[in-house]
Design a protein around this ligand. Structure first.
Ligand code: GLU
Length: 548
């Protein structure tokens, strides 16, 4: 292409290809180490799939002593959301995903292969686009959006494969004089890649997880620079992954169908293509249609990472859940290594799931229960307080004012107990599950309604008799002996076996008596160990709740 045209297209001076390449020398890596990355577009709320798309390359790079970097893909200026990069950085920090290179929270960038924000790399993309134009591997397209839409409609109506290719690629054959004239007339333009492919011929693509596939060659002349001079994703990832020395491109499966194009572009540039891995989407069963669909920020609150933050899901448990979705052997490893950090698990490319996993909140919840079940009361207190500071400031204050009491509460059936409590899934549960320990948040049930059909006089007698005997200093056996005593006095059977053998001979069993006390003390029919609950509440508060 004539220099005159290139000078009109790129008015500002650009670095030469040699200058650029000199700034990105090949990386020196240990044997077997990979270089991989995540390239989120800053669009606001972070999708759980993006967290996953960071966790997997991060874990794989860590497992082999490789490099994992963060690149902010902000070339779609229409979709930019201010502060969205901060959202990404904060989430990575919170979830302990630590890129070796990339933008930092203080506005600086770490690493020798930057800048790691695509909008700051405009001159690099333009320099390569100029080179492709010079070599006639790209061309200027002056088609308006309307004329493209019209062409598309015509193709669809005529049942022809839609797109800008072959005879439909109208600007591909424009003479240089016509191009020059258009530029002089100030017509807006974009730059398109001149595809050397033939749709009727095949290309073999190789995804490290999905294996080999034969697909039609790409013959679309896709845009590589938009009218604002910024690159499209196809072009930007090509340039960046080449210069930044990426050995393994890991990205969502929505890009799999573009792989023939990307391989073709690498070839056109004369570069070796990296390895590719396409992650499966996290799926959701659509209640209306009964079909599986990609979990979506628009419809599913759990698709957004801030859902887990707001609810107070333990971040480590969320990561563990994502690892169970990612690698089929994670759960076996976890069972064999119950106390190890998930960071010790060696994620492997071979074991990455190649089909979409269904999001299962119940599974996540059970991982959270196990996770919290292994924490000390102090650790739970600290984590809950840190969460409440942001999401429930009033509760944070309550925690601060009642620290010792709260830790006593959380210690009920905790570490070392025969049966450890598994009632907490997330930090917000601490507030609801401990509410009955505080007079200001205790919600007494209507005990007589809750205990019906037990007659009110019987209920009252049980409560009064027990209150007369209660001593917060009693050990569990003494405490239980007193409940049995109250049971017998009121016509209930103190021995469960004897009761089961002849239930009609009694008003009920010792379990029914305990239930009466539980309803009065906690306002609920189920609670942690009642002896411990009363002991933590203390003599005075216990008796107050038992006054009828
Ligand atoms: N910005 C692209 C996306 O969000 C990144 C894909 C890639 O990692 O190459 O889908």
């Amino acid at each position: 292409m004539k220099d005159e045209i290139l000078d009109l297209v790129f008015k500002d001076p650009l670095p030469t290809i040699a200058e650029i390449e000199a700034k990105y020398p090949p990386r020196q890596l240990p044997e077997g180490a990979i270089v991989t990355r995540v390239g989120p577009s800053p669009t606001g709320l972070l999708h759980i799939g993006t967290l996953n798309a960071a966790l997997i390359p991060y874990s794989l790079a860590r497992a082999c002593g490789g490099v994992f970097f963060l690149r902010i893909e902000d070339t779609d200026q229409k979709r930019q959301v201010a502060e969205a990069t901060d959202v990404i950085l904060k989430a990575f920090k919170d979830y302990d995903i630590c890129p070796d290179e990339g933008p930092q929270a203080d506005g600086t960038q770490k690493g020798a292969y930057g800048p790691y924000i695509q909008s700051q790399r405009k001159d690099i993309y333009q320099a390569y686009a100029k080179e492709l134009l010079r070599q006639d591997k790209a061309y200027l397209c002056f088609c308006s959006e309307e004329s493209l839409a019209q062409a598309h409609e015509t193709q669809v109506k005529a049942k022809i494969r839609p797109g800008y290719y072959g005879p439909f690629a109208r600007c591909r054959t424009l003479s240089e004089d016509a191009v020059l004239q258009n530029l002089k007339d100030g017509k807006p333009f974009i730059v398109r890649f001149k595809s050397p492919g033939h749709y009727t011929q095949k290309i073999i693509i190789h995804d490290l997880v999905r294996g080999k596939r034969e697909l039609p060659q790409n013959d679309l002349d896709v845009p590589i620079l938009k009218s604002d001079g910024l690159p499209t994703y196809h072009f930007a990832h090509l340039i960046d992954d080449h210069l930044m020395g990426t050995t393994h491109v890991m990205r969502g499966e929505e890009w799999l169908s573009s792989l023939p194009l990307h391989l073709q572009m690498f070839e056109a540039m004369g570069w070796q293509a990296p390895n590719y891995i396409h992650f499966s989407h996290i799926l959701k069963l659509d209640e209306q249609t009964g079909n599986k669909r990609k979990i979506s920020k628009r419809y599913d609150p759990e698709a957004c990472v801030n859902f887990y933050d707001e609810q107070g899901y333990p971040k480590t448990a969320v990561i563990e859940y994502l690892l169970t979705l990612a690698n089929s052997n994670f759960e076996d490893w976890r069972r064999a290594n119950p106390d190890a950090s998930y960071k010790e698990f060696k994620l492997s490319i071979q074991k990455l799931n190649s089909s979409g996993a269904l999001f299962d909140l119940a599974k996540l919840n059970s991982i959270c229960r196990e996770h919290i079940g292994k924490m000390t009361a102090e650790e739970i207190y600290d984590a809950t307080w840190a969460w409440a500071k942001t999401y429930r400031p009033d509760f944070a204050t309550k925690l601060e004012q009642n620290k010792a009491y709260m830790i006593d509460i959380l210690n009920i059936e905790r570490l070392g107990a025969k049966k450890v409590r598994k009632d907490l899934i997330k930090w917000s549960d601490v507030e609801t599950e401990t509410a009955f320990f505080f007079d200001d948040s205790f919600q007494p049930a209507d005990p007589y309604a809750a205990l019906a059909p037990m007659p009110a006089e019987t209920v009252k007698a049980i409560v009064t008799d027990f209150a007369a005997l209660y001593d917060a200093q009693d050990d569990k056996d003494t405490w239980f002996a007193k409940i049995k005593q109250v049971a017998e006095k009121n016509g209930f059977c103190a021995d469960m076996k004897a009761y089961k053998a002849n239930p009609t001979a009694f008003k009920g069993s010792v379990a029914d008596v305990a239930k009466v006390l539980r309803v009065f003390i906690t306002g609920k029919e189920q609670s942690p160990d009642l002896h411990a609950v009363m002991r933590v509440l203390g003599q005075q508060a216990t008796l107050k709740r038992l006054s009828v």
